[in-house]
Design a protein around this ligand. Structure first.
Ligand code: ADP
Ligand code: MG
Length: 272
């Protein structure tokens, strides 16, 4: 690794995530004369560097809220600030990850990872030159365990590897906020547990703020500092519950009293 890339890595890893303030956000969809109130009066504050899970049943507005925070969808009411700045549209400072890893199938892993920073450079948003970006891509490929797969195409990667590549692609632009929409929902149970470990180690390393959407109570308890429970009509955040369990957490501890008690509290908040 070159000295500059090394410095870039350290700078990246030391950079604290951004705080997020969601204030009185509302969103109503109108389609062929029908109105769907997707969100109403939603408030949530996420501290810099925190990992908050948004939990709720299907259709309760989780993706809508995440897309509003990403700046990919306009809200009707309320404000959202990230790092103190109002969200007015998408920004490379806010990375988004989905259930299906969004990789370009015609590009190798390395070229997928370099796509964002190169596009940013073309737009005048960063000045990292090719040697620096190449070194950083190498470092990130190593970090996500894909050092030997830089030249592989997405279809040559397993599901878990594709997620790690998508993560690498999101993190190379050094976002201060990562928004993850049920990212591991389609994976088998074992790969999913591995991805949890992977995510937590990356979070530890990059110190970015994470908002993680899930409908799985156990996943929320394993990952979150806090869990924002979304439910009810009109849909909103019913309760924000602290997860009082020390880290590292182990799925094998899921039947301990502390774990079960937390799950019970969440279930109670879901049944309003
Ligand atoms: P979740 O991610 O929690 O499953 P969504 O945020 O996707 O929920 O959807 C919340 C509600 O808004 C649902 O009733 C859904 O049908 C509706 N909805 C979402 N997107 C649109 C859209 N583009 N047009 C119309 N209705 C939508
Ligand atoms: Mg959704």
């Amino acid at each position: 690794m070159t000295a500059r890339a090394d410095e870039g890595q350290r700078r990246g890893s030391r950079r604290p995530g951004a705080d997020v303030v969601i204030d009185s956000v509302g969103k109503t969809f109108r389609r062929s004369g029908r109105r769907t109130v997707a969100l109403s009066g939603v408030n949530l504050q996420v501290s810099a560097g925190e990992l908050v899970c948004l939990l709720g049943p299907s259709g309760c507005g989780k993706s809508t809220l995440l897309r509003i925070v990403a700046g990919a969808l306009e809200r009707d009411e309320g404000t959202v600030t990230v790092g103190g700045r109002p969200v007015r549209g998408p920004s490379p400072d806010r990375g988004m990850l989905f259930q299906t890893p969004m990789l370009f199938p015609w590009l190798t892993t390395r070229k997928n990872i370099l796509f964002g920073p190169r596009a940013q450079r073309s737009a005048g948003l960063n000045e990292r030159d090719d040697p620096e970006l190449d070194a950083e891509a190498d470092a990130i490929l190593r970090t996500v365990g894909l050092a030997k797969f830089g030249d592989a195409f997405p279809h040559e990667l397993s599901g878990g590897m594709q997620h790690r590549a998508a993560f690498a692609r999101a993190i190379i632009t050094r976002p201060s906020l990562l928004l993850m929409d049920e990212p591991f929902g389609a994976l088998d149970a074992i790969t999913r547990l591995r991805m949890h470990d992977f995510l937590l180690s990356m979070w530890d390393q990059y110190r970015t703020t994470i908002v993680f959407v899930t409908h799985d109570i156990e996943e929320a308890v394993l990952l979150g500092d806090r869990v924002a429970v979304m439910a009810g009509r009109p849909p909103g955040i019913q309760e924000v519950i602290d997860i009082p369990l020390p880290r590292p957490r182990d799925a094998l501890d899921a039947d301990t009293e502390a774990f079960l008690g937390t799950k019970r509290r969440i279930r109670a908040a879901l049944t309003v």
